[in-house]
Structure formats: structure tokens, C-alpha cells
Write a new protein. Structure first.
Length: 328
């Protein structure tokens, strides 16, 4: 099968990490990804509590039987150290610290024997993360669902691979075996996937949201701060979120200052979330959403990605090198 520094380091069979998606990737999804041969992660959003970690970690690990990961946000941790404490106690194999400085947290995680990853959105961020002692740098392109930067996955991956010596994982827009094969061929040690798991039955998504994901095309996303502004979530301004375009984004994109003071619009969003009305409520998803066409188990998604990439790469190398594995 596919053998990389990532599969070696984490003891997994597929070079695939199930992205930590706040509110969506809880223990059930993480476990399904790991059962498929990858490593599943629990997403801990900025408003999550330590109890979420206490509750979901045993689900992800099937009571200590399976490895799993936890994804935290640096800017939120700075004011909420209790999330880091609960994470260490949960004993994940991998922890990601993204969206801010990972430096202050690497030492404590290493001391607990935990591998540390960090998602970065430009080459400078990659160098900073590697210098801080992060074990795995994740090049997260703007194609990605959820909060991200502005550089596309492919240019970012090339830049980050050239900039650091630590293993690099690619994130953003990888939703099929071809995408995984491309990332591995470029030099990444694996893929970090979120959007292609959104319609899985193990994801913590409502049926209405899954239906929207399955119907969406690659042109239906938008990079926006409107949902954070409307909820009063203090995300650093440089990280907007990629979500499905809807009535709310159409109404408020470019009018964020006005939105911050509009109590009616803020209330409308809260009500829509409660009612599962996704023409107003948000669904964070990346451009790869156009490739998500059916609701299958996360374990199956991981197997299809890994097995498909292995045979696709073998075929392509044969075609490119006329049956010889290496060029003469
Ligand atoms: C619904 C959703 C929620 C996300 N939440 C988080 C999060 O809480 N923490 C985090 O580090 N990344 C989060 N991300 C980003 C993912 O970790 C990852 O970068 C992204 O899903 C990869 O791109 P893809 O969606 O095209 O596969 C989220 C992504 C999505 C789609």
C-alpha cells in the first residue's frame, strides 16, 4: 500500500488524516476515519468546552483501542488553557494547533508524548511552525472548507515543501483518489481531508446540511467572515471561513461592519441554526464539495481515497515512464 513518513510515524495504513472540524468531527467520525485506515481527529471549536473532549475522546478511541487526534485553535487556546489540559488528559496520538502561534504549546504536548501538527496558510507560517518544533506542517490552501488563508493548495504546497524540512501534509480541495495522488506525487506525506467527510453518516451534520453538501457544486463556496461577525466570534481577521454561499452571505458579504451592529440579523442567524434552515445558517465546506456526490461511511471514503491513489499512481508512473518505475 502507500507508505510515507506519515504512515510510519502514526502507525496507520493510509496516509490520510480526517480533519478536525469544529461541531462536525466528533468522536464517531474520527473513529470511522481511523477504522478506514487513516487517523481521525476531533475538532474543538473556539466555543467548545473541555467536557466535549472528555466525552468524545473515548468514542474516537473506542475506549482506548484506537489512536485519534484532536484539533485546537491557537487564538482560542490563548484565553482558554483548560482546553489544552483536557486534550493532554485525553491522550490523543496527534494534536494540531492551528490559526495562531503553536509555539507556546508544543513543549507541553511533546512532554506528554504527543505528535504535534499545525496548519499553515503561507510559507512564512510554515517556517515559524517548524522552528517552534512542530512535527508535521499542514499546508492548508484556500480551497479548504472552514477557516483558512488566501493561497491555493497547489502553490502553497510547493512553497511549503521547499521552505521546511519537516514532513508536509496537504489540505484543501483533496476529495478523491486523484487529489491524494497529486499531493503525494508532489512530495506531501499525506492528505488532511474535511469536506469529503461532510456527507458521511458519522459526521455531526444535520440531514438538511448533508443534502446541501451533496447538491453543491465547486463554484458554490465563498470565503467570508460574515458568520463569525454575526455570532460575535473573535476570529483573527486574517482567517475567513470557506462556506456554502447562501442568502445570508449574499446579503452581508462586504457589509461586515454594519452586520456587527445589526441585532436582527444576528438573531436571524441563531434562529436559522436552531431550525436547520441552511439558506441562512452556515455550512462550512471547501471547493472540493463539487466532488462529494454520495453519502457513504467515512471508513469507505478513506479506503477509496487510499486504494484509489495507490493504483492511480502506479498507472500514471507506468504511463509516464513506459513501464520503468524511475526515469533513466
Ligand atoms: C466544517 C468544517 C469545520 C472545520 N473546523 C476546523 C477546526 O475546528 N479546526 C481546524 O483546525 N480546522 C477546521 N477546519 C479546516 C480543516 O481542518 C481542513 O483544513 C479542511 O477541511 C481541509 O480542506 P477540505 O475541506 O477541502 O478537505 C474545518 C473545516 C470544515 C469543512
Amino acid at each position: 500500500m502507500l507508505h510515507t513518513e506519515l504512515t510510519d510515524r502514526l502507525g496507520i495504513v493510509m496516509p490520510i488524516i480526517g480533519a478536525p472540524m469544529g461541531g462536525v468531527a466528533h468522536g464517531r467520525l474520527a473513529r470511522a476515519v481511523t477504522e478506514g485506515g487513516g487517523l481521525g481527529m476531533i475538532g474543538v471549536g473556539s466555543t467548545a468546552t473541555p467536557e466535549l473532549i472528555d466525552r468524545e475522546a473515548p468514542v474516537a478511541s473506542d475506549n482506548g483501542r484506537l489512536p485519534f487526534g484532536i484539533g485546537l485553535m491557537a487564538w482560542a487556546l490563548d484565553n482558554r488553557p483548560e482546553l489544552l489540559d483536557a486534550t493532554v488528559v485525553a491522550h490523543p496520538m496527534l494534536v494540531s494547533i492551528s490559526f495562531g502561534s503553536s509555539g507556546p504549546y508544543v513543549g507541553a504536548l511533546h512532554a506528554a508524548g504527543i505528535t504535534v501538527a499545525s496548519q499553515v496558510q503561507d510559507a512564512t507560517g510554515a517556517v515559524t511552525a517548524a522552528d517552534a518544533g512542530v512535527d508535521i506542517v499542514v499546508a492548508q490552501g484556500t480551497d479548504a472548507g472552514g477557516h483558512t488563508g488566501t493561497v491555493g493548495t497547489l502553490p502553497l504546497l510547493q512553497l511549503v515543501l521547499d521552505a521546511v524540512d519537516v514532513p508536509v501534509v496537504a489540505a484543501g480541495g483533496i476529495a478523491t483518489a486523484r487529489g491524494l495522488a497529486a499531493a503525494l506525487a508532489a512530495g506531501a506525506v499525506g492528505a488532511w481531508v474535511g469536506t469529503c467527510l461532510l456527507a458521511c453518516p458519522e459526521a455531526n451534520t444535520k440531514p438538511e446540511a448533508r443534502a446541501k453538501v451533496l447538491a453543491a457544486r465547486e463554484t458554490d463556496t465563498v470565503l467570508t467572515r460574515v458568520f463569525d461577525v454575526a455570532q460575535g466570534i473573535p476570529w483573527p481577521e486574517r482567517f475567513a471561513g470557506r462556506a456554502l454561499r447562501n442568502r445570508f452571505t449574499d446579503a452581508w458579504l462586504g457589509r461586515e461592519t454594519e452586520l456587527a451592529d445589526d441585532a436582527g440579523a444576528r438573531r436571524e442567524l441563531v434562529e436559522a441554526r436552531g431550525a436547520g434552515a441552511f439558506d441562512t445558517a452556515y455550512i462550512y465546506a471547501g471547493q472540493g464539495v463539487g466532488l462529494v456526490r454520495q453519502s457513504v461511511s467515512a471508513a469507505q471514503v478513506v479506503r477509496d481515497l487510499g486504494e484509489g491513489a495507490a493504483s492511480f499512481l502506479a498507472e500514471r508512473f507506468d504511463a509516464l515512464f513506459g513501464g520503468e518505475l524511475r526515469p533513466r
